[in-house]
Design a protein around this ligand. Structure first.
Ligand SMILES: C[C@@](CO)(OP(=O)(O)O)[C@H](O)COP(=O)(O)OP(=O)(O)OC[C@H]1O[C@@H](n2ccc(N)nc2=O)[C@H](O)[C@@H]1O
Ligand SMILES: Nc1ncnc2c1ncn2[C@@H]1O[C@H](COP(=O)(O)OP(=O)(O)O)[C@@H](O)[C@H]1O
Length: 295
C-alpha cells in the first residue's frame, strides 16, 4: 500500500517568509451522518462526527507582490478558476483588502468526490497558510466563517480537530476520541454531493441525538442508501470491507471506511483489497498539522 510521501503530522518549515512549501491538507471521515432537517434555501441540517486523518494533499504557496493569484499545476477535471484553493485565496484577498498575491501548487493525493473532503481541506489549508503568508491576521472563528462561504465542509478543517457538527456542518464542538486506525477504500467512482442531497428518496427526518450518544451501533450515514442505489460499486465495497470490520460510507461517498484494531490489521486488509479498488490505511490525528498557526 502506498503511503503519502510527506509526514502530515508536521507543519512545514517557515524560515523563508516568502514561501510555505508542503502545507498539509488532511482528509476527514464522517463517522456517522444524520440528516435531521432541511433549511428554506435547500441546504440540509446535519448531525455528524468529523475525524481528521494523517493522510492528505499538500499545497505550496509563494508570495507575489503584484496581487495575482496563480495556480502553477494542472488538477485533472478542476479548471484553475473553479479550484477551491484559488477561490479561497481570492476570498481572503477581497475580504481583507490585501494587495499581495500568491503562486499556488496543489499536489492531489485524495480521490475527488470521495466524501473525504479533499477540496474543502485544500481550501482550509489555503486560508490558514495565506493568512500567515500575507499577515492578514484573521482569527480561527473569522477564517471558519469565511470558509463556510466556500463549502459546508471547509470550517471543520480550520477548526482543526475532531468535531461534532450541527447546522449545515458549521456549528462545531470538539470531540475527544481515542486514537484509531482506519482502512479507507475508494470504489473508483466520483459521487457528486449535490446529487445525493437532492435525491427524492433521501431520509431527511432522522431524530436528533444528544452529543455524546453516537455509538456506531446507534448511528448511520443517511446518505449511504441513496449513494449505494445510484452507484452500486459503493455497495460492493461496503459488502467486501464489512467482512473484515464494520464498514460505512463517509460523507456523500464514494469512499468507504472501517475502524480496525491495529496498523497490522490495516495492512492485511489493504493488501487483500481487490485491485479494481484503491485502499489506504490511515491514522487519526488529534490536531490539524497547521493547528498552531491560528491561536
Ligand atoms: C456531505 C458532506 C459531509 O461532511 O461531505 P462530502 O461528502 O461532500 O465530503 C458535506 O455536508 C458536504 O459539504 P461540501 O462538500 O462542502 O458541500 P457544499 O459544497 O457546501 O454543497 C454541495 C451541495 O450539497 C448540498 N448540501 C451540502 C451540505 C449540506 N449540509 N446540505 C446540502 O444540501 C448543497 O445544496 C450543494 O448543492
Ligand atoms: N482543490 C480541489 N480538490 C478537489 N476537488 C476540487 C478542488 N477544487 C474544486 N474541486 C471540486 O470539488 C468537487 C468535490 O471535491 P472533493 O472535496 O474532493 O469531494 P467531496 O466533497 O466528496 O469530499 C470535485 O469534484 C471538484 O469538481
Amino acid at each position: 500500500m502506498d503511503r503519502p510521501a510527506l509526514n502530515l503530522l508536521r507543519a512545514p518549515d517557515c524560515s523563508d517568509p516568502t514561501r510555505l512549501l508542503a502545507c498539509p491538507a488532511p482528509a476527514k471521515l464522517n463517522l456517522f451522518l444524520h440528516v435531521v432537517g432541511r433549511r428554506a434555501d435547500g441546504y440540509h441540517l446535519l448531525q455528524t462526527a468529523f475525524r481528521l486523518l494523517d493522510w492528505g494533499d499538500t499545497l505550496d504557496f509563494a508570495l507575489r507582490t503584484d496581487g495575482t493569484i496563480r495556480r502553477l499545476n494542472e488538477v485533472p477535471g478542476v479548471p484553475e478558476a473553479d479550484d477551491l484553493v484559488v477561490r479561497a485565496a481570492r476570498l481572503l484577498q477581497s475580504h481583507t483588502g490585501c494587495a499581495l498575491g500568491a503562486d499556488v501548487a496543489v499536489h492531489k493525493v485524495l480521490p475527488m468526490g470521495g466524501g473525504i473532503g479533499g477540496g474543502s481541506s485544500d481550501a482550509a489549508t489555503a486560508l490558514i497558510a495565506l493568512n500567515r503568508l500575507w499577515r492578514t491576521g484573521l482569527s480561527r472563528p473569522q477564517l471558519q466563517a469565511l470558509g463556510l462561504q466556500l463549502g459546508a465542509d471547509v470550517p471543520v478543517f480550520v477548526f482543526g480537530r475532531d468535531a461534532f457538527a450541527e447546522g449545515v456542518g458549521e456549528a462545531l464542538q470538539p470531540l475527544a476520541l481515542p486514537p484509531a486506525w482506519y482502512v479507507v477504500i475508494s470504489p473508483g467512482v466520483q459521487v457528486p454531493t449535490a446529487e445525493i442531497f437532492s435525491a427524492g428518496d433521501l431520509t431527511r427526518n432522522t431524530p436528533p441525538i444528544i452529543m455524546p450518544d453516537f455509538a456506531a451501533s446507534t448511528t448511520r450515514n443517511d446518505l449511504q442508501p441513496v449513494a449505494c442505489s445510484r452507484y452500486p460499486e459503493v455497495l460492493h465495497v461496503i459488502e467486501w470491507l464489512d467482512v473484515h470490520a464494520p464498514a460505512r460510507m463517509t460523507g456523500s461517498g464514494a469512499c468507504v471506511f472501517a475502524e480496525v484494531s491495529s496498523e497490522e490489521e490495516a495492512d492485511r486488509i489493504t493488501k487483500d483489497c481487490p485491485p479494481r479498488w484503491k485502499a489506504w490505511k490511515a491514522r487519526s490525528i488529534a490536531r490539524h498539522p497547521l493547528y498552531e498557526w491560528l491561536q
